[in-house]
Ligand binder design. Structure first.
Ligand SMILES: [Cu+2]
Length: 168
C-alpha cells in the first residue's frame, strides 16, 4: 500500500517536471515511438503536411535510440548539419517541425546495422525549387547622356582656363 502511494507521488512529480520541460515545445501532429521489439520505430514510412511537427518519443526503453538524418534511405552516416536528436537515449522526446516539401530519411545510429530507419514524406515529398528570378539588366540611362556630361565638363574646364587672369 505504501509502495503504491509512493509510486503515485513519484509519478505525479515526474508529470510536473515533464509539463515544465515541454512548455515551449511544439505540439505533436505525429508521434513515433519504438515497437515492442525494442529495435524498430513503430512507424517507418509516413506522410505529413508541410508545417506538421513530428515527435519521436519513448521512455525507459531497454536500449538507447536516437534520430539522425541521412542523405538517402541506405546511408549509414549521419548527414552533417542534418536533423539530429542527439546521443541515443532510452528516454527521448525529440520534436521537429517540417517546413518544406521533401522526403526526410533518418536512422537510429546504434541500430542502423539492424536497419532501424524511417522515412517521412513531407507534403509532396520533393523540394519545390522556386524559379530563379530573371535578372533584368540595369535599365541603361538615356543613351549618350554620359557623353553629354563629359562634353559639358570639358567645355567648363576650357572656360575656366580661358578665365584665368593673365597679369602679364
Ligand atoms: Cu535504435
Amino acid at each position: 500500500m505504501i509502495g503504491l502511494l509512493l509510486t503515485g507521488v513519484v509519478s505525479g512529480q515526474d508529470a510536473d517536471v515533464d509539463e515544465v520541460q515541454n512548455e515551449n515545445l511544439p505540439d505533436c501532429d505525429l508521434t513515433i515511438g519504438i515497437t515492442s521489439s525494442g529495435i524498430e520505430y513503430d512507424q517507418t514510412d509516413v506522410t505529413i503536411e508541410v508545417g506538421d511537427t513530428v515527435c519521436w518519443q519513448w521512455e525507459n526503453e531497454s536500449m538507447a535510440h536516437n534520430v539522425a538524418e541521412t542523405e538517402t534511405n541506405s546511408d549509414n552516416e549521419r548527414k552533417i548539419g542534418g536533423i539530429y536528436s542527439g546521443e541515443a537515449n532510452t528516454t527521448v522526446d525529440f520534436r521537429h517541425t517540417f517546413e518544406e516539401d521533401y522526403t526526410f530519411f533518418y536512422m537510429c545510429e546504434p541500430h542502423v546495422s539492424l536497419d532501424m530507419r524511417g522515412k517521412i514524406t513531407v507534403g509532396n515529398g520533393t523540394s519545390v525549387v522556386a524559379p530563379e528570378p530573371i535578372e533584368q539588366p540595369e535599365p541603361s540611362t538615356v543613351p549618350g547622356f554620359g557623353i553629354v556630361l563629359v562634353t559639358i565638363s570639358i567645355l567648363g574646364a576650357l572656360i575656366v582656363v580661358r578665365n584665368v587672369p593673365r597679369n602679364e
